[in-house]
Design a protein around this ligand. Sequence first.
Ligand SMILES: Cc1cc2nc3c(=O)[nH]c(=O)nc-3n(C[C@H](O)[C@H](O)[C@H](O)COP(=O)(O)O)c2cc1C
Length: 464
Amino acid sequence: MNQNTLISKKYHKFTKHSPISVYSNTHILDWDNKPLPFKFYKNPNHIDLPRNFPLPDQNTFVSLEKEQSSFKFHPIKLDILRVSQLLFFSAGITRILKFNNAVYYMRASSATGALYPIEIYLSCAQLPGIKDGIYHFCPADFTLNKLYKGDFTDTLYQISGENITIRQAPITLIFTSIGWRNSWKYQTRSYRHWFWDAGTIISNYLALCNANSFSTEIILGFQDENLNKLLCLKQREEAAIILSPLYTNKTLKKSSNSYKKQLFEFETIPLSKYVIEYPKIWELHTGSSLTDKVDVKKWNKLGKKVLDDKKLNKLNMIQAIGLNGYSLKDVILKRGSTRKFSIKSISKSQLEHILYLASKTIPFDFVENYSLVDAYIIVNSVKELESGSYFYNKNSYKLHKLEEGNFRKVSEHLCLDQELFGNASIVCFFMANLNKILSIWGNRGYRAVQLEGGIRIGKMYLAA
Ligand SMILES: Cc1cc2nc3c(=O)[nH]c(=O)nc-3n(C[C@H](O)[C@H](O)[C@H](O)COP(=O)(O)O)c2cc1C
């Protein structure tokens, strides 16, 4: 199935915006049926996460720039306090807004339409402060819900096609997406958003991992059905999309057999009165699934050979950037998407720093030091840089002018005629050669490239 890339090509074409598709869409938002942004289990088995965790006061630029390969030793202990920090500053509630009699629980990272489709599960084994088991993280009350007792390392190791980092980790995060949360507004196109919204969470998470010198990997290679079954996810409603082990040393844990004993009925409070299914989402999700261990092992190797010669440069620009700037804590707590730009210019060096920090290596399981996307930029108002369109060379970290001109109307139009994008100093478009990606990785490459776009957007948020 994964190799039948007609599925993703058709999906991509079907969900492309065009003036006709945008202006002829008759979809009306049923506000009375807006999905709950939280997953609540009935009769849960709650554990309060500590709120007195250490705050991430490390410099944001340094945290974005650091590479895991530079971690020679891990001075910080990975325990329940650090895990609470990571969860809060990646996916926790950082602001509460009241608007038109409604309350909005805004999160640490941005999300399309503020609909928050991503849920996080944790598999813990030998993690100080948390008993072995599988948990669901609920940002609403900052709790963990214990689903199963026991050490599931070996189960996840098998599901991931024997990815060794899982055996090194006392904790593995599992990101899932609830389809209806986002399709309520964005319909079939919302499948792309699963990965963009997971990506912005992961950009915060990676910066926090770097700040704490924790090692991690963003794993897309796993047997989908087995992982969904393990978490008892509802078929054609929710699905696992990423695994991410977190560790501080490379000691392999002894394999132990987990015993899957459910601790309570996994019934959840309905998200809304009714759910509309968008079949093309599930067609692509199934079409990009890996079914067995052989499939997963293949996934890990597909790109490594083909792309060996085109690795990202490991340039270190930290001296140029300097150590000024805000801490991660301040950036994440103050972060928010603007609804109105000041129309003041940014400087060329600010733009270069943002692009540089957004282009750093991501620790994916399927490629090393490689990026599937390229940044193209419309410059509307940047000091010392002529307005026009630019290409960002991610290897030389240099901007190349494509065409000079005033493109404010173009950037506005390309972003669905939203005024905000005409007023912006710059608008960055992450582009990819989809045919090439699909020819290497099959449909699952579609997930990967959308995710990478989301992570790089999240990094831009933090750097900006
Ligand atoms: C991938 C992505 C695309 C977005 N696209 C738009 C957009 O087209 N227009 C807009 O006004 N906001 C856009 N947003 C911003 C979201 O609306 C915003 O993140 C969400 O309302 C949560 O608010 P916050 O970022 O202030 O926490 C986008 C966010 C993401 C992550």
